[in-house]
Ligand binder design. Structure first.
Ligand code: ADE
Ligand code: ZN
Length: 346
């Protein structure tokens, strides 16, 4: 597939996306009604009005609470398809979707229901939109590592269609080290590895997930800039960093978009892609993130193409599919000067 030269944004992959974070308030209310679950808000507008976060934890509390409306495979499939439709409209060609399986299993939803629903949603969504998807099982830092070990056992026993494992949730105060055995076993079974680090926590958290977990890419990593040695290593090894500027502002990891370290990260030679994280909660799907940082930092077409190419190169797709997507990015890069909005991206 070749990018039409008229698209205002490059084709891209989204690598840092939590499925639960795509739950729009309207869908949350319709699932709540379908499943007879009470939400402590009068209506979608009241829920959306609560999206005023002071830090990561204040967001996670609401995110976990709202996720309780997700109960059946059908719910997970509907949520996944809704995300892929919106992603496709913004120019996403491939999405690697993290799911907080422990959250759902802990409140009694069978693992098979969640996995089957997301897998069906990815297949149906790809058939409809052309956007390919991979499922990443995100272990949760704030829950016991033994639970992650058991989850991995269950996923392997089910032969679940999972491409990789991740590490997400509360960063500060919860060490990544206890998750080393689960990551090592995942690697031994051919699963890919990503981990959140240095979103709110210090730069050495990046070193920890690389060395202790064998992470192949790092989610966020913005505070790596505070340690030149960590930056030097990330540049040398070109470790993909899935950066989420709008999320960082909404969770107050940085005070404003103007103060976001993205330009410094690019200037340092870090391997950065743009991502949304939890777009429903933060008011920014990845195309809107691209628009916001392009306007804020006056990014050039070349810089935007570099960010988009990095998204495919940092993906867990096979090399030949990466090459095809990167060729489409290069076609977009070369179609300079023509920024007439395309049909899907206005
Ligand atoms: N889970 C969902 N969004 C997250 C974030 N920004 N950081 C850590 N865990 C998350
Ligand atoms: Zn995240």
């Amino acid at each position: 597939m070749t990018a039409p030269p008229t698209t205002p944004r490059p084709p891209r992959a989204e690598l840092h996306l939590h499925l639960e974070g795509t739950l729009e308030p309207e869908l949350a209310f319709s699932l709540a009604e379908r499943n007879r679950v009470a939400l402590p808000f009068a209506d979608p507008a009241a829920l959306r009005a609560a999206y005023d976060f002071t830090d990561l934890q204040s967001f996670l509390d609401l995110y976990h609470a709202t996720s309780q409306v997700l109960r059946t495979a059908e719910d997970f499939a509907d949520l996944t398809v809704a995300y892929l439709r919106r992603a496709a409209a913004g120019g996403v060609r491939h999405a690697e979707v993290m799911v907080d399986l422990q959250t759902h299993v802990a409140r009694g939803v069978p693992l098979e229901e969640v996995v089957a629903g997301v897998a069906r949603g990815l297949a149906d969504g790809e058939a409809e939109t052309g956007v390919s998807g991979l499922l990443i099982a995100a272990f949760l830092r704030h829950r016991p590592a033994a639970e992650a070990d058991a989850l991995l056992d269950d996923l392997l026993a089910l032969d679940a269609p999972v491409a990789g494992v991740g590490l997400a949730s509360t960063e500060v105060g919860f060490s990544a080290a206890p998750f080393a055995p689960a990551f090592a076993r995942a690697a031994a079974h051919g699963l890919r590895r990503t981990a959140h680090a240095a979103e709110e926590g210090p730069a050495w958290h990046v070193t920890e997930v690389l060395d202790v977990l064998g992470a192949e890419r790092v989610d966020h990593g913005i505070r790596a800039l505070e340690d030149p040695d960590v930056v030097a290593r990330l540049v040398r090894d070109q470790v993909p960093l899935t950066v989420c500027p709008v999320s960082n502002v909404r969770l107050r990891a940085v005070p404003s978009l103007a103060e976001h370290p993205l330009p410094r990260m690019l200037a340092a030679g870090l391997n950065v892609s743009l991502n949304s994280d939890d777009p429903s909660y933060f008011g920014g799907y990845v195309d809107e993130v691209d628009d916001a940082v392009t306007a804020q930092f006056h990014l050039t077409r070349d810089q935007r193409a570099d960010l988009a190419a990095a998204s495919f190169r940092g993906s867990f797709l096979p090399a030949e599919r990466v090459a095809t997507h990167v060729a489409d990015v290069e076609a977009w890069r070369g179609a300079s000067g023509n920024t007439r909005p395309g049909p899907a991206a206005s």
